[in-house]
Design a binder for this molecule. Structure first.
Ligand code: NOJ
Length: 719
């Protein structure tokens, strides 16, 4: 795989950076390690002009638009002794202005290419606004839906997340030898293990075996580094007692030595200062020293390095050569992306925001990420003359929330509501919005009014779920049902006897147990973005056949959490044979919907399934071959999922793990022969001695349509 961080163009940028470095004062060098300016962390958008003349600013975050970035850049370059343009950064998480489905939703497409395309467009729009750097992708494995940031990543599975990490990085940075025009640097975050915060509480402790860290939480970062990710963000949490932002093992031994990372590391916002609250540093100077010596090159949001480094260097606590190395990496990336040649952007480039091409991509993505959970045949809708829309996500208020969290630069004025999308898709039909169309309007009284009114329609579409702020940063939840009285609303609509299609929009898996068997159809639309209403209409009318598959298990009840499919084997698995098994007394052990699950309007059949050999060497490969046929009447896509179980290991192995997958699109009646390689290297794990090995022995292999599908099982051996 091509990695631009090892290209000749990168070497050329290094040469230029080395030459510039030799001309800089110490103050200027430290300035390059400092990032400022945000409307989130202060009331005003601070420009830190007083820092310009001394060269104390290396980067800015969350400054919006070409006008502003150009303006600041111009003032900065005019005022400094050694003109070094600032690198402008922002959280471009799922689109910049045109907004795509959230990353968790994108992973449900099981199509990394979709993410590459979405991020390519996001990068283009961000670049046109003067940005050269995004704080994305988030590649934290998340097995706990109480954690609001599960929406920002690619779900619970390490293999799947790694494939999306590569695609996300390539989308932002491009596939060339350097990120040219319309591409921006990626920043993989939050390094590391942030998704394992205890109890799903944001910013909290992650405590796990070093083997789990290596095998479950780190591989997506490695995949992103190998795809060329230019930067990495250190996380807020501690990992096994050492804060990630002062964790030399993670930042140097693993990231640089083991993974070969060549870019630079930025702290999360304020995370260095927080080493004091962690009880890991005494004061700002101690915190700066510990973070920098551990490998954090740039401080996000503040003067901590500017203020403390001169004394720390004098006292010999940090070395000037190390400062030089960090500055060198940052300058190299500034040259590499062409910032010195073109420090400004042409504001007319912003014309591409919300352009038809970008909107079309958002519409397609919105439909591809939805997951059909239930359908008794009501979908796709046909011959419908009147539709009653109910619930807070159905019309004007819903528009904003359908963009989802971290849609910081988007605009709900450009967003298509579900009402508008359906009205356009069903010409001649009456599409009305019933009471309860605002979050604060879902009251007992309005529920009754809505249920009464709904009786006069052919079909009811309930649009329920979370607000945009209920997931994302600092948005942990302890209850995962539909918020407020929304479940009551859905049940009241079902009680009318009219068919109910329930669309659920949220940033995380919810507990949908109470409505699952009551509605006629249930679809997870996540937070689809700018084209939400059109994407939904495409799905409801059958213009697009649902093909999403869950990438995070949906709990039956919140008390099961963490519930994920690839848990390790226990001595007493829940086989239902006796009472003393690993299970609950008051609830099923299985999730409501497992990883890999999702419905369609059509059906697929697997046949002629085989594996090329029932044995391979530790550096060998076997091929899984099968024919997939669309036996239904809609064109659509199925996802072939290959799971493996290592039967006996020197450490207890997971009950099964995804090791390969392929999405196959087929027209009705069409079939395709699919060959999926499974290299033995994917079976490696970290042993008690911390060495990664592929152990000889027997394995099960399942060719599946979801993680609990065990119809097609094979056995092979590694020798
Ligand atoms: C804090 C968040 O944890 C991080 O993900 C984000 O990129 C920064 N703030 C900047 O907004």
């Amino acid at each position: 795989m091509k990695n631009m961080m090892y290209s000749q163009a990168y070497e050329a940028a290094r040469e230029k950076a080395r030459a510039l470095l030799s001309k800089m004062t110490l103050t200027e060098k430290i300035g390059q390690l400092s990032q400022f300016g945000t409307s989130i962390y202060s009331d005003n958008e601070q420009r830190f002009e007083d820092h310009f003349s001394e060269g104390k600013v290396g980067s800015y975050l969350t400054i919006k638009g070409a006008g502003k970035t150009n303006g600041i850049q111009k003032d900065l370059l005019k005022a400094t002794r050694t003109p070094i343009p600032a690198l402008f950064a922002d959280d471009v998480i799922h689109g910049y202005r045109t907004t795509f489905p959230t990353p968790l939703a994108q992973s449900c497409s099981w199509d990394p290419e979709l993410t590459r395309q979405c991020n390519g467009i996001a990068a283009k729009e961000a670049y046109r606004a003067g940005l050269k750097w995004t704080f994305a992708p988030m590649v934290d494995i998340a097995r706990d839906p109480r954690w609001g940031r599960i929406m920002e990543g690619y779900g619970e599975d390490t293999y799947l997340c790694s494939r999306f990490a590569e695609a996300a990085v390539r989308g932002f940075q491009g596939d060339g030898d350097r990120p040219g025009k319309d591409h921006i640097y990626a920043c993989m975050k939050h390094y590391a293990a942030y998704g394992a915060c205890v109890g799903g509480r944001d910013y909290n402790t992650a405590d796990m075996s070093p083997q789990t860290l290596q095998d479950v939480y780190l591989p997506p970062f490695r995949a992103g580094v190998e795809a060329g990710a230019a930067t990495v963000m250190s996380a807020f949490n501690d990992v096994n007692g050492v804060p990630a932002t002062a964790n030399r093992y993670l930042l140097k031994d693993v990231l640089r030595e083991q993974f070969g990372f060549r870019g630079f590391v930025v702290s999360d916002a304020g995370a260095i200062g927080e080493l004091i609250a962690h009880g890991y540093a005494e004061d700002g100077g101690d915190a700066a020293e510990k973070a920098f010596n551990a490998g954090v090159d740039m401080v996000m949001a503040g003067d901590l390095y500017n203020d403390t480094f001169p004394a720390l260097i004098k006292e010999g606590k940090i070395k000037e050569e190390d400062v030089d190395e960090s500055v060198f990496s940052i300058l190299t990336l500034k040259y590499f992306i062409g910032l010195f040649d073109e420090p400004y952007v042409d504001p007319s480039g912003e014309d591409c925001f919300f352009c038809p091409e970008h909107r079309a991509a958002a519409r397609k993505a919105g439909a591809e990420c939805a997951v059909l959970l239930e359908n008794d045949g009501i979908l796709p809708l046909s011959g419908v003359k009147s539709v009653a829309l109910a619930g807070p996500l159905s019309s004007e208020e819903g528009k904003h929330h359908l963009l989802g969290g971290w849609s910081c630069s988007s605009d709900s004025a450009y967003t298509v509501s579900i009402k508008d999308g359906l009205t356009a898709a069903l010409p001649g039909a009456r599409v009305d919005v019933l009471p309860c169309d605002r979050f604060d309007g879902v009251t007992e009284e309005n529920i009754e009014k809505a249920a009464q009114a709904a009786k006069g329609y052919d079909v009811i579409v309930a649009c329920v779920g979370e607000t945009a702020f209920m997931s994302g940063e600092a948005a942990s939840r302890s209850e995962l049902g539909l918020p407020g009285l929304q479940e009551k609303l859905v049940l009241a609509l079902c009680a009318t006897g009219k068919p109910v299609v329930c669309l659920v929009s949220s940033g995380r898996p919810l507990v949908l147990t109470g409505i699952k068997d009551k509605v006629n159809a249930l679809m997870m639309i996540w937070q689809p973005g700018t084209e939400a209403g059109n994407s939904v209409a495409d799905l409801l009318t059958g213009r697009v056949c649902p093909s999403g598959r869950l990438t995070a298990s949906f709990p039956y009840r919140a008390g099961q959490i963490p519930v994920y499919y690839n848990h390790t084997s226990t001595g007493r698995p829940a086989l239902g044979n006796w009472v003393f098994e690993s299970k609950y007394r008051d609830c099923q052990i299985e999730p409501l919907y497992p990883f890999g699950y999702g419905g369609s309007y059509t059906n697929f059949e697997f046949s002629d399934i085989s594996i090329s050999s029932d044995s391979m060497s530790a550096d060998g490969c076997i091929d899984v071959s099968l024919t997939v046929r669309n036996v239904g009447s809609y064109a659509g896509a199925d996802v072939v999922q290959i799971y493996v179980r290592d039967l006996v290991g020197s450490r207890v192995r997971p009950v099964k793990e995804l090791k390969a997958f392929e999405k196959v699109f087929l027209r009705p009646g069409e079939s395709k022969r699919v060959k999926i390689p499974l290299p033995a290297s994917r079976l490696a794990f970290t042993g008690v001695d911390m060495k990664q090995t592929v152990e000889p022995g027997k394995f099960f292999l399942w060719v599946s349509e979801r993680s609990d599908d065990e119809r097609y099982k094979f056995e092979f051996e590694v020798n």
